[in-house]
Ligand binder design. Structure first.
Ligand SMILES: NC(=O)c1ccc[n+]([C@@H]2O[C@H](COP(=O)([O-])OP(=O)(O)OC[C@H]3O[C@@H](n4cnc5c(N)ncnc54)[C@H](O)[C@@H]3O)[C@@H](O)[C@H]2O)c1
Length: 261
């Protein structure tokens, strides 16, 4: 389903992005990898780029071919570097990249956003999430954080809340919908990658270990990549605006507890 397709993957220097790029190549896709760091593994086509600011996004897009089939937005920060950087990469930069890549996507192409189970609080924080996603373009994120009194420790979950909300919204926006471009998200639970160590520092071992214990083990990048690529493929042609949990059953287990069954 990916043979001959051109797939752009961000965050290819590590973890989930690296495995997604590798698997896409094994499945016959031409992969264009993007990261702020040089990947250690070979990637046929690599663009060194930074999605944390508007100039970085513009620079990346200048280097893309005229036509691509899918964009996998995998790059992300843990929150340990502060709320402004986290919101800039995980949400505003991701969204800006998606918007400028849209004209390069073929009709019926796809965007897949790597969100997180950490973003499921969007319903409880709906008004805040609506206000922050309604800010257009690439704002001065530090100023946005100051204006809305956002705290550093909220950065990671908030960035994923915004991303989940925007995924649903974008699926219906003319920029994407009018050309049949599907926009979906996946939400991993804890996955053994370098970022997990940072989550332990930010969230505490207890929280991370309790999630891992619920489902028996942490995920691996190899558990997540196939789900991203399914949503990139034509096999998911009737899936849009969805969030697919890829968490070994973690969300279902928490829901069962919360709902009492
Ligand atoms: N690992 C987990 O437990 C877990 C759980 C849920 C969601 N996620 C999400 O999965 C995605 C991938 O995370 P991972 O686990 O592979 O982490 P990782 O730290 O291994 O990889 C993240 C990659 O993003 C790149 N990146 C960071 N800032 C960038 C920027 N400004 N421009 C371009 N690239 C940048 C990094 O250089 C790195 O290669 C992230 O969005 C993360 O939030 C991870």
């Amino acid at each position: 389903m990916l043979f001959g397709k051109t797939i752009v993957v961000t965050g290819v220097a590590s973890g989930i992005g690296a495995r997604t790029a590798e698997l896409a190549g094994q499945l016959g896709a031409d992969v264009i990898g993007i990261d702020v760091r040089e990947p250690s593994q070979g990637i046929a086509s690599f663009i060194k780029g930074d999605i944390s600011n508007a100039a970085g996004v513009a620079d990346i897009v200048r280097q893309l071919p005229r036509r691509v089939d899918a964009l996998a937005n995998v790059a992300g920060l843990s929150g340990s570097t502060g709320i402004a950087a986290t919101l800039a990469v995980n949400f505003y930069g991701l969204r800006a990249l998606s918007q400028v890549v849209a004209p390069h996507l073929r009709e019926g192409g796809a965007i897949v956003n790597v969100a997180s189970i950490a973003g499921y609080g969007w319903r409880a924080n709906l008004e805040r999430a609506k206000t922050l996603t309604a800010i257009e373009g690439f704002p001065d994120v530090a100023a946005v954080a100051a204006e809305h009194g956002l705290k550093n420790e909220e950065g990671y979950p908030l960035s994923k809340e915004l991303l989940l909300l925007w995924t649903m919204q974008a699926a219906h926006q003319p920029l994407f919908r009018d050309r049949g471009i599907r926009v979906n998200a996946i939400s991993p639970g804890p996955v053994e990658t370098p970022i997990l160590k940072q989550f332990r520092a930010v969230l505490g071992d207890e929280r991370v270990d309790s999630d891992i214990t619920r489902v028996g083990r942490a995920g691996t990048s190899a558990d997540i990549a196939p789900a991203i690529l399914f949503l990139c493929s034509d096999g998911a042609r009737w899936v849009s605006g969805a969030n697919l949990p890829v968490d070994g059953g973690l969300e279902a287990s928490i829901n069962a507890d919360v709902l009492g069954f």
